[in-house]
Design a protein around this ligand. Structure first.
Ligand code: FAD
Ligand code: NAP
Length: 472
């Protein structure tokens, strides 16, 4: 039955729905934060609901497990809430099932009253410039997956033997990558970073890391907490280019609060750098602004530098100013490049229609379709797949709650068919399926492995091994 956040009319309707013994059966596709938070809202508001969470990997939690940096364990606390939910009798987790590969959307829709798509944004955006596929130009997405043990990225080839590296993009993912590369190894040892990444990073020769932004200090996408962490890294000095900050002090007081505090921190750090001597530090972190990569320079198939175009900004509102290329170019020599310019969603199933922002077309989470029929489950979307690949977990949570609220109110107007849910879906599948019990076996195995080296866990990175452990 609906509880707190439902209005009286909806509560009454759903109570009726339950008393006529119709049990709404909902399928959530994607076991990341959007999927879990939406399921949490649905389960809280409709007592009798049955929810099946279908996930591509044998393990749950999406980017909480495979995106969030290993040195940010507190961010992963939401896993405790998700686990509590998954243990409820009416909630089922079915891992190792890929929408669009193991089962089509149209098949799935025959077995449920509603389908909520929350399969995230699994690809990364590219620059589409010359030599982008050269060796040692790495998508931040893959590097993050590599240090976090994503099965897709476990064999990533990343050569850390050169001393100069550059990251393109100035968002929080870029800062995660920078911090992992520049942190003292003792700081990483006690985290759940994969053993192979720890070993490679401990041997890394990178001591000069550039963070290349196409716009200026007033437009950076990273946030203050993440910058503060970077500035506090031991044995690493941040070196800004003074010219990049011309005019910034004049406008700082007019900025909105979060942007103002962030800018003040950059200005403070710029002032401090003048009184510091570089020799005391092993490594340097060098943000540079107003530069876009024009092409990559290559030596023997491997990146040797970036030709940068110098930009100027145009537009009235500071934060929304756009960059425009000038005639000027600059060369940045480096042996390794990370492209960190954002993620993008893929069309997992050909029946899906995407909008011009690269998300499943929707209105408040209700998928916009040309035509559908009563026999098919209603379709919804939440999280990065519906909003675009921006926002932290708390933003994803409020979007998921909002979409779930809409699902609740739509379910009350449903006719109350009796869908067979996963019992019906299972008949279409001929693959090993990992349920919550199976995940708990993997979880225990990882935690036990981690104990050997005083880490919270050592992740299993091979799908077959996950399946072995889960089905024993
Ligand atoms: P996801 O978390 O990506 O979940 C999608 C799920 O769907 C995954 O489990 C995936 O395996 C599954 N899936 C994909 N395709 C299919 C398919 N075809 N069939 C079935 N399942 C499928 N936010 C913070 O608050 N703090 C942080 O420190 C933080 N760090 C981040 C670090 C990185 C590198 C990134 C990229 C993001 C970070 N975020 C952080 C943001 C946060 O991770 C997102 O807001 C959130 O994960 C989005 O949730 P989602 O459920 O939409 O997508
Ligand atoms: P993001 O915040 O959107 O940053 C993308 C960066 O790439 C921006 O600096 C952007 O510059 C730049 N960029 C985009 N296209 C470019 C191009 N063609 N050429 C050059 N630069 C380009 O994306 P993200 O870093 O992938 O992060 C995704 C979301 O996850 C964000 O909301 C982030 O806050 C969140 N996240 C949070 C944490 C955390 O809380 N610790 C950690 C990681 C991620 P412009 O601004 O000029 O477009």
């Amino acid at each position: 039955m609906f509880r707190t956040s439902m209005n009286k009319t909806v509560r009454f309707a759903v109570r009726q729905l339950c008393s006529t013994s119709h049990v709404p059966h909902v399928c959530v596709v994607g076991a990341g934060p959007a999927g879990f938070y939406a399921a949490m809202h649905l389960a809280k508001n409709i007592n009798s609901i049955k929810i099946d969470i279908i996930e591509k990997l044998p393990v749950p939690f999406g980017l909480v497990r495979y995106g969030v940096a290993p040195d940010h364990p507190e961010v992963k606390n939401c896993i405790n809430q998700f686990t509590k939910l998954a243990k409820q009798k009416n909630i089922n987790f079915y891992g190792n099932i890929t929408l669009g590969q193991d089962i089509t959307l149209s098949k799935l829709r025959q077995h449920y009253d509603a389908i909520l798509l929350t399969y995230g944004a699994e690809e990364d955006r590219t620059l589409s410039i010359e030599n982008e596929t050269a060796r040692n130009i790495i998508a931040a997405r893959n590097f993050v997956g590599w240090y976090n043990g994503h099965p897709r990225d476990k064999n990533l080839k990343v050569d850390l033997s050169g001393n100069k590296a550059a990251i393109i993009g100035q968002g929080n993912v870029a800062l995660d990558v920078a911090r992992i590369l520049l942190s003292p190894i003792d700081q990483l040892k006690k985290t759940d970073i994969t053993e192979y990444a720890l070993q490679a990073i401990s041997e890394s020769k990178i001591n000069e890391l550039y963070l290349v932004g196409r716009r200026g200090p007033l437009q950076v996408a990273f946030t203050i907490k993440e910058l503060r962490e970077q500035l506090k890294l031991k044995n690493c000095q941040t070196i800004w280019r003074e010219n990049d900050f011309i005019g910034v002090e004049d406008v700082v007081n007019n900025l909105q609060r979060p942007r103002k505090r962030l800018t003040e921190l950059m200005l403070k750090s710029l002032k401090e750098q003048k009184s510091q001597t570089c020799s005391a530090h092993e490594k340097t972190f060098r943000p540079i602004f107003f530069r876009s990569p024009n092409k990559f320079l290559v030596n023997n198939g491997s990146v040797s530098g970036i030709e940068l175009t110098c930009n100027k900004l145009v537009g009235d509102k500071l934060e929304d100013q756009k960059c425009v290329a000038t005639e000027d170019k600059e060369i940045l020599n480096c042996n390794l490049v990370f492209r960190s310019i954002g993620y993008k969603s893929i069309k997992a199933d050909e029946a899906l229609v995407f909008n011009s922002s690269g998300c499943v077309s929707n209105e408040n989470g209700r998928v916009i379709e040309d035509h559908t029929t009563e026999e098919l489950a209603k379709l919804y979307v939440a999280g990065w797949l519906g909003t675009g690949p921006a926002g932290v977990i708390i933003h994803t949570m409020s979007n998921a709650f909002q979409v779930a609220k809409n699902i609740c109110s739509d379910l009350q107007t449903g006719t109350g068919s009796h869908r067979d849910g996963f019992d019906g879906v299972r008949k279409h599948l001929n693959i090993p399926i990992v349920d919550w019990n199976g995940w708990e076996k993997i979880d225990k195995y990882e935690v036990d492995q981690g104990k050997k080296s005083d880490k919270p866990r050592e992740k299993v990175t091979c799908i077959n091994k996950m399946l072995d452990i889960a089905t024993k």
